[in-house]
Design a protein around this ligand. Structure first.
Ligand SMILES: Nc1ncnc2c1ncn2[C@@H]1O[C@H](COP(=O)(O)OP(=O)(O)OP(=O)(O)O)[C@@H](O)[C@H]1O
Ligand SMILES: [Mg+2]
Length: 233
């Protein structure tokens, strides 16, 4: 594994079964994710994008194959070590159920830092910077149930980025956003990727976002059908 490969998936597949019936959500594929690069995953609804992200991030286990994430073989990583790795080195923007409903927006954004051991005051100060970057300062004290879908999505992006993780996974991070807020979110991801050498893995239907990515993985019916490498310098 070269120094720049932060995630190495080999022979990955995922099957789900309902009683007798089996659905192959992902057919065998190999994937490398590089530090300081943005990988976009594109494909139709139901093609296997979220399933793939779940395998690469250790949220789910493959039926066949192996994942090395930040140097760890996920087969031999226990639950506690996996939780620590996730809390300290990985940011997530999930497709649904993003925010903790009993924490305010600022507390949600600060949560990964507090969980990682930072003092509450320092964590809230850092959270405030990321709320500003995502245009949410005025919603800091609001409850998740009272903000709009797009505001909740931006808070989830702020929370994913606040710990300046080694890898950030985002499932449709700009899906509910207008142009201006979508651009803010893109700029935040790009600044982490450029300045912190974060690896971004973004599922997206947003062609602007995919066009700028370093690598675009095209998924169709659970198969990797194309891999475009950017020619940007
Ligand atoms: N936990 C599960 N149990 C059974 N089948 C599942 C499970 N998760 C996903 N699938 C199936 O695997 C296939 C791929 O699902 P996946 O969620 O990866 O699609 P997706 O590309 O993320 O779609 P979307 O763009 O709609 O989010 C679908 O047919 C889905 O029904
Ligand atoms: Mg999905």
């Amino acid at each position: 594994m070269t120094a720049d490969v932060v995630i190495e998936g080999r022979g990955l597949s995922r099957e789900f079964s309902f009683g007798e019936e089996k659905v192959t959500a992902l057919h065998t594929m190999d994937i490398d994710i590089l530090a300081g690069s943005m990988t976009a995953i594109v494909g139709k609804s139901g093609s296997g994008k979220t399933t793939l992200c779940n395998l690469l991030s250790g949220v789910d286990r493959p039926t066949t194959g192996t994942v090395r994430l930040l140097g760890h073989d996920l087969r031999s990583l226990g639950d506690a070590a996996m939780s620590r790795l996730r809390a300290n080195r990985i940011g997530f923007v999930l497709q649904k159920d993003n925010l903790v409903p009993w924490l305010t927006i600022e507390e949600n954004v600060a949560a990964p830092l507090i969980f990682g051991g930072m003092k509450r005051k320092a964590a809230l100060a850092r959270a405030a910077e990321y709320l500003e970057l995502t245009g949410l300062s005025h919603r800091a004290k609001s409850w998740p149930s009272l903000v709009s879908g797009g505001e909740a999505q931006r808070a989830a992006v702020a929370r994913a980025c606040v710990g300046e993780p080694a890898v950030v996974f985002a499932d449709e991070p700009t899906g509910a956003l207008d142009r201006q807020n979508g651009d803010r979110v893109k700029e935040l991801f790009w600044s982490l990727i450029r300045e912190r050498k974060t690896a971004g893995v973004l599922i997206t239907h947003d062609m602007d976002l995919a066009d700028d990515a370093d690598v675009v993985l095209h998924i169709s019916d659970g198969r990797l059908v194309g891999e475009d490498q950017s020619t940007r310098g």
